[in-house]
Write a protein that binds this ligand. Structure first.
Ligand code: GLN
Length: 284
């Protein structure tokens, strides 16, 4: 017979020995999953007895976490901007940092107009679908080169009740896109190819390479987007991208070389500039 307290203490020890940060939080989230107990029940009643089968299931999940598999992948879900998204091995694990990109978009868009929005490399759909929920008049196109990722995005669109306004389709960047958009948004792959081997195991072993690899200098995707997006932007249209730490000057230079000017650069909670938004520069 074992208790909540004993299971959590044992799991924490194993996670700490495996160099896993957030051992307390992760152990609790995994225990919530197998027992169905709430956060309050776990914290408030540490002496609660846990059935042997649930305890065994908990051990299996803790073992996966000790191999660096992120909790979101073990649970198959991740919260983003207050909503729950299905996550599978086919999509990038949504990061809290990406909320910075969502927020910069929301702050630069008119809420009272029927906007057309394009999300390039949608993955699980966090950006496209959060925009659809926040902007009730908007119609969204969410594009990805991975059919497997699109399946995930479609399930998430249904779960959030926005599937009617979201066209989730296969495409390599702008292929298959027609007309113009008020916003083009993307969290593209931006890691330098040679840096991928040195990433943390929870990233390099679990996020799809396709969602990480930004080419030799990490800027390949920005070059494609900057080169092609002006053909797809409405007169007042804007383009917003997530960037990696330290990429601000390089990505701004890429967009400026295609006639854009940076309207705002916004930091994430870690203090890195994470999101840039551009408009067409005025010319004489
Ligand atoms: N934000 C991810 C990371 O830091 C990378 C995602 C991306 O390349 N868009 O690992």
């Amino acid at each position: 017979m074992t208790t909540v307290k004993a299971l959590l203490a044992g799991a924490r020890q194993r996670l700490i020995s495996a160099d896993i940060d957030n051992s307390t939080l992760d152990a609790r989230l995994l225990l919530q999953e197998v027992t169905g107990l709430s956060h309050a029940e776990i914290v408030g009643s540490p002496e609660t007895v846990i059935a042997a089968e649930q305890a065994a299931n908990f051990e299996i999940l803790v073992k996966r976490r000790t191999s660096a598999e992120p909790v979101s992948r073990i649970l198959g879900k991740r919260e983003f901007y207050g909503r729950e998204f299905l996550v599978t091995p086919d999509v990038l694990d949504p990061r809290a940092d990406t909320e910075t990109l969502l927020e910069i978009c929301l702050d630069h868009l008119a809420k009272d107009r029927p906007l057309r929005i394009l999300d390039l490399g949608t993955g699980s759909g966090i950006l496209a679908l959060s925009l659809a929920v926040e902007l009730r008049l908007a119609t969204i196109e969410a594009v990805d080169v991975s059919e497997a990722a699109l399946k995930v995005a479609r399930i998430n669109a249904d779960k959030l009740g926005v599937a009617e306004r979201c066209d989730v389709h296969l495409g390599n960047w702008f292929s298959g896109c027609t007309g113009t958009y008020d916003l083009i948004v993307s969290n593209p792959p931006y890691i330098e190819t040679t840096a991928i081997a040195g990433l943390e195991p929870d990233v390099k072993n679990f996020d799809p390479l396709l969602a990480l690899d930004g080419g030799v200098d990490g800027l390949s995707a920005y070059r494609v987007i900057a080169r092609e997006c002006s053909s797809y932007l409405s007169g007042e249209g804007k383009v917003a991208v997530e960037i990696g730490a330290g990429q601000q000057a390089d990505v701004i230079a890429v967009f400026e070389s295609h006639g854009f000017s940076c309207l705002e650069a916004r930091q994430d909670l870690g203090g890195h500039v994470r999101a840039l938004i551009f408009g067409v520069a005025f010319s004489d």
